[in-house]
Design a protein around this ligand. Sequence first.
Ligand code: TMP
Length: 234
Amino acid sequence: MTVGSGLFVTFEGGEGAGKSTQIRLLADALRQAGRPVLTTREPGGSPGAEATRHVLLSGAAQPFGTRMEAILFAAARSDHVEEVIRPALAQGTIVLCDRFLDSSRVYQGVTGNLEPPFIEALERVAINGVMPDCTIIFDLPASVGLERVRRRAATPDAQTGEEVELDRFEKEELDTHEKRREAFLDIAAADPRRCHVIDAAAQPDAIAASVLSIVEAALESHGGNGHGGSEAAQ
Ligand code: TMP
């Protein structure tokens, strides 16, 4: 089945890997080439999902356990898919999403110790057939990523002058973040057709060039114009 003529690209990886900057650069490059682009993120991306984001990232849901958090991530994803991603793909838009189902597999599944059938069931309901066509995994030693995140948090916000607090996941142990790095690499190894690993320690312009060439190749294999945002068999 086909969602529409759009291309669905997701960006994954650990903390401080530079995904947001690269998504912005890629969106600019694609728009300059005249392509319709939507940038979005998880948790969030739709009004319902954005309402859940704070609950998850502030740590407010943490005392209720990983299972509860995983269900909230799935609820947010379902809303985001149905309200934003599926309609955009149906209109032929290239959707660039900062994190998606692989983050749940890694953060809640692998390091949250939730059993695979539980994660798979939530994933099936949440994505409801909307699988990414292409996933770019930003790979970086966890210590480097955390250092970047901590430095960012210690720099007062340009507008408000306030320091940004680390979120519920950024505060976790280095060890946990290293396990996540390995888990993302395992996902890439298991699904090489969908997943592309890039070295997030490289220079930003070199990363931007790699990301653009991966997405151009994905567009090419979807018919040159983002055809065929794939819909997994139910
Ligand atoms: P970010 O916007 O800085 O990427 O923060 C999102 C955080 O939420 C990040 O630490 C990863 C985490 N997360 C999960 O644990 N599971 C998920 O399914 C998603 C989308 C994000």
